[in-house]
Design a protein around this ligand. Structure first.
Ligand code: F6R
Length: 254
């Protein structure tokens, strides 16, 4: 894994945007995440798009996950979040923005169709990821199969509590979701995981320096051939080898 430690959340967003911009300008297939961490990255990409530096015209997007049973008009549906915070502000064809269907009558069939749509698009070139305080990626909670594909999951109470800030009350947070699996995520060409803030420091230390384990689903990045972890100083604060990771960045082979 490449570990990039940045001075600030803004710098994390700039680094992530630098990577995504390259894929976007090549008309790539982009895997996009929701939650609060990617918002600065999306704002940076929108800024660059308006400045004429990046185009998403030939791109396809696949979101990681969606709540089950939340109408897509709901402002916290991930359909709305991806559209409102990112895709509606750039030049991607809306028909090329794919979000898992959390409203399907037959959710398992919809999950299988989502997997097939990713395959039909040629696979995801770059997948942007956040990380939960309990080490989840997508909504693959602890004990998720490391080879899982898109499916329905039940959120961990910690995740429900973490996400309650987006809703009026804890009771409004759906507890069921559809998420790309850890196996789906493993198939992407490059993984870019971003994390900021001290509250992510434990999860980041388990991801980078803990064992490969379903107890920390994000640890699957350890067995991906091209995984990039971009964190700020606060999120890096519990890494034992942080000085080494910085040394590597300062001494990249030419
Ligand atoms: C969202 C997702 C989640 C979040 C994670 C961190 O699509 O897949 O794994 O990335 O819960 O969320 P934030 O960034 O809000 O701390």
């Amino acid at each position: 894994m490449e570990i990039i430690v940045c001075d600030s959340p803004h710098d994390v967003a700039v680094q992530a945007a630098d990577i995504l911009q390259g894929y976007a300008n090549d008309g790539g297939v982009l895997g996009v995440a929701t939650g609060s961490t990617p918002l600065l990255t999306y704002q940076e990409l929108i800024r660059r798009h308006k400045a004429g530096e990046v185009s998403f015209a030939g791109c396809t997007m696949f979101a990681l996950d969606e709540y089950v049973g939340l109408p897509i008009e709901h402002e916290q549906s991930y359909y709305r979040v991806i559209h409102d915070e990112f895709s509606d502000h750039v030049d991607i064809d809306p028909a090329d923005v794919h979000i898992p269907n959390g409203l399907a009558d037959d959710v398992p069939a919809a999950c299988a169709e989502y997997e097939q749509a990713i395959v039909d698009a040629g696979g995801i070139d770059v997948q942007l990821l956040g990380i939960g305080t309990n080490g989840h990626v997508g909504f693959n909670e602890p004990a998720s199969s490391l080879s899982s594909l898109t499916r329905m999951k039940t959120l961990h109470p910690q995740t429900v509590a973490d996400n309650a800030r987006f809703f009026n009350s804890l009771d409004e947070v759906p507890i069921h979701v559809v998420t790309q699996g850890l196996g789906t995520i493993q198939r992407a060409g490059q993984l870019v995981l971003i994390a900021t803030g001290e509250h992510k420091a434990h999860a980041v230390s388990q991801l980078v320096e803990g064992p490969l384990s379903a107890a920390c689903p994000a640890s699957v990045l350890q067995i991906h051939p091209h995984a990039t972890v971009i964190v700020d100083e606060a999120a890096a604060s519990r890494l034992n080898n942080v000085d080494y990771y910085k040394f590597i960045q300062q001494n990249k082979p030419q």
